[in-house]
Design a protein around this ligand. Structure first.
Ligand code: ATP
Length: 248
């Protein structure tokens, strides 16, 4: 058996209904303190894999039909997403889901809902988020729906941080954002990793970018792992370059 990682995904298979096999035999792991990139083209199965890990799939939304997911040595395949959040695993969905009618600050506060912290703790956590995302502090009273795409992505990440996660699953954080903003977001991810020891599993079509920040990477192709390895090695591999790195 493989050594137990922080997050261990072992041979999962995911079906949507009976007909669509979206993920076939994906195994991956995220070590404590690691940033891991999950790469692959549109439709390769990145989102499905992340949802399988955080149990956001369901009977009519797809199901794990084989394999298992364990987190810190515990099988978590049957835990609800909110239970998993309580265990320190949180997902930021693709497309920066914010509540558009709520202010940026209200969005952030909503992230603490499950934890029910005291006032003081809440205020401290907010200040911490604003220290990482100074832009959000400026926009704290603005309705999230009226902020820029980058700010909405930051709000979505900030809200997830309010759960005090140990592992964050990010789905395409760069999607639709200007390169300079994307870089800003990845720099924040790097400092969260360095300063707070938060681990990351990041699904990204922009392989070039993700591999600059990741320790390790997996390339998915039609639902299975086509290549994997240390980020620098993957980035240097001719076959990976040819298929993925030129693409973005
Ligand atoms: P993207 O970047 O577009 O999200 P992805 O790599 O994350 O791509 P998935 O979204 O996981 O890929 O999709 C994997 C496969 O599963 C695709 O063939 C897709 O069409 C299919 N699929 C995804 N969601 C559903 C769903 N709710 N019902 C049926 N099929 C789905």
């Amino acid at each position: 058996p493989r050594p137990q990682a922080y997050l261990d995904v072992s041979g999962i298979e995911v079906h949507y209904g009976q007909a669509i096999l979206a993920v076939r035999d994906v195994s991956l792991s995220v070590g404590q303190g690691q940033i891991v990139a999950l790469l692959g083209a549109n439709g390769a199965g990145k989102s499905t894999t992340l949802k399988a890990i955080s149990n956001l799939l369901g009977p009519e939304r797809g199901a794990i039909t084989r394999g298992s997911v364990s987190w810190q040595g515990e099988l978590v395949s049957r835990l609800s997403p909110s239970t998993l959040v309580g265990r320190g695993v949180v997902q930021v969905l693709e497309g920066r889901h914010c509540f558009p009618q709520l202010t940026v600050e209200e969005n952030l506060l909503s992230g603490a809902f499950l934890r029910r912290p005291g006032r003081r703790e809440l205020a401290e956590d907010l200040e911490q988020i604003y220290a990482w995302f100074p832009r959000l502090k400026q926009k704290r009273k603005t309705k999230a729906g009226l902020t820029s795409g980058g700010e909405q992505q930051m709000t979505a990440i900030g809200r997830a941080l309010m759960t005090r996660p140990r592992l964050m699953l990010l789905d395409e954080p760069s999607m639709g954002l200007a390169p300079i903003v994307v870089q800003e977001i990845f720099e924040i991810i790097r400092s969260l990793n360095n300063d707070k020891g938060v681990s990351f599993l990041i699904a990204e079509q922009n392989a070039n970018l993700a591999l600059r920040y990741a320790d390790h990477g997996y390339v998915l192709e039609t639902g299975s792992v086509a290549a994997s390895g240390p980020a620098a090695e993957l980035a240097a591999r001719e076959d990976v370059k040819a298929y993925y790195l030129g693409a973005t």
